[in-house]
Design a protein. Structure first.
Length: 277
């Protein structure tokens, strides 16, 4: 579904929510209280500024007695088979974010990946997958990355642990290409990248992937990921705690220029290794 038609569909979702809420004689605050979100959130859903999470859509169906209408509509709009179910909503949010801040302890973040790097990651986790299935996922990740080249790209800040720079994902040549790509994005001021060197030792959010997203007219969110599962947080208190931990992590990381030097040095190490094999 194209972005324009998708937005129109969300506007229909919001209009239906408003109509059915009013038919039930409920204010935004009253419905919000019953589905455990604020009245302001209900207003943002109705204006298609923000998309509800699946559990909220289900509770709306229950309260308004709409026989699963909002859950079915949500699934149709959010569900993209190229992405895991728990991640599809994050992809939608990335398209409207004004700022994205990511910490990657083990992998280059998806928005910064080259095709070769993505392909290697996908094959490692799906060794028996067909080529067309792998290529579909590679293209989906490339499509995600286009948000950085849009007319109004988000401010993108990434912190990479040195561990990410050293693992030759896809082989040494592919890894050198990947790090060159990250360095190029940073040199062109498309992204701001910091690195967390091994010498730092223990650090905040140790071992945890985190992505924070901010929006023009909606509250910020935080996303964390585990094994075959993800957790999208929008509770203000929780998001504030994650932001605080991210700020500590940023303080522990190398400054941008030193970080870029480390990335380029690691790329050269991989290049040398590739030339000797």
């Amino acid at each position: 579904m194209a972005n324009g038609s998708r937005q129109a569909a969300w506007e229909f979702f919001g209009a239906e929510l408003k109509r059915r809420r009013e038919d039930a004689g409920l204010t935004q605050v009253e419905l919000g209280a019953r589905v455990f979100v604020s009245g302001g959130y209900i207003g943002q859903f109705e204006q298609a500024i923000r998309k509800p999470q699946l559990d909220v859509a289900r509770r709306i169906d229950e309260i308004l007695q709409t026989e699963g209408f909002f859950e079915r509509t949500w699934r149709k709009l959010i569900d993209d088979k190229r992405y895991a179910e728990y991640f599809a909503e994050v992809v939608e949010l990335e398209r409207t974010a004004t700022k994205i801040s990511t910490f990657a302890p083990t992998l280059v973040p998806g928005l910064l990946q080259t095709s070769a790097y993505t392909r290697a990651v996908m094959l490692a986790g799906n060794p028996f997958a067909r080529d067309d299935s792998i290529e579909e996922k590679v293209e989906a990740r490339r499509e995600r990355a286009r948000v950085l080249d849009g007319a109004t790209p988000p401010e993108y800040w990434a912190i990479l642990h040195e561990h990410v720079l050293r693992i030759p994902v896809g082989g040494s040549a592919a890894m050198a290409e990947q790090l060159d790509h990250v360095a190029s994005l940073a040199r062109r001021r498309k992204v701001l990248v910091q690195t967390l060197p091994y010498a730092v030792g223990a650090y905040p959010l140790m071992g945890r992937m985190v992505q924070l997203m901010e929006f023009e007219e909606a509250p910020p969110t935080a996303y964390t990921e585990a094994v075959y599962s993800g957790n999208l947080l929008d509770d203000p208190a929780l998001v504030k705690r994650v932001r605080g931990a991210y700020d500590l992590l940023r303080a522990a990381a190398l400054p941008p220029e030193a970080s870029l030097a480390l990335i380029e040095s690691a790329a050269e190490d991989h290049r040398r290794c590739a030339s000797t094999t």
